[in-house]
Ligand binder design. Sequence first.
Ligand code: ZN
Length: 224
Amino acid sequence: MTSGAPNANWCKITFMVRPWRRRADRFALIGNHGCLDFVNTEGVQKGQRVDFLAEFPDLVAWLSAAQLLGPAETDEAIRRWSGTPAGARALVEARKLRASLRQMLEQTARGRPIAASTVETINALLARPLGHGELVRNRDGFVRRVRFGLRAPVDLLVPVAEAASDFLCHATFFLVRKCENPPCLRYFYDLSKNRGRRWCSMTVCGNRMKVAAYHRRAQRRRRP
Ligand SMILES: [Zn+2]
C-alpha cells in the first residue's frame, strides 16, 4: 500500500458519509455576520427569486457552513429529521424567521424601530433550553458555538436567533448595506477599510453593474 492510499480512501469515505458538504458549499457567506448570511439564503438567480433553503437538509447544511453546527451534530440532525414532518415544520419556521429578519434589516436601513413581533420571535427561540457553549478551533482561530442536545429540529434555529440578538445588540446599523444591484436581495456588513463596499460580490453584481453603466455611457455617446 502506498502512503497516499489511506488518505485518498479516507477522503472518499468522508465524502460518502457527509454528502451535505456539497449542499453547504453552495452557500455564499458574504454577509460578514451570521444574521445577514441567514437572510441571504434567499436570493435571485437569472432574474428569478430562489430559496436556497429548499428542503430540511439545506437548513442543516447552512448551519454547518456558517460554523453554527459541528459535523457530528449535522450528521445527526440530517439522519433523524430529513423527510420527517418535524423537519418540514422546522423548515417552515426557518423561513418565517428569515422573513422576519429581512423585515428587520429593511427597518434598520430606513431608521425605523424594530417590530415587536421580530423581538418576540427571537425571544421565543432564545427561551428554548439548549446544551452548552463551547470554543472550537478553526483555520482562522476560534469560533464559539453551542453544543446542542438536539431534542427537536426547531432547536436548530436557536443559533440563528443568537446571531440575530448579537446583531441587534452590537451591530453598527449604518454599516449594514443592501447590494446596490437593484434586483439582488443580499445584505452585508461593510467591514471594508474605507466603508465603500457596494456589492455583495465584485465578480457577480459588481461586474454586472459596471457593464450596465458602460452600456449606458456608450448609448449616450451614440445619441446625436
Ligand atoms: Zn448582489
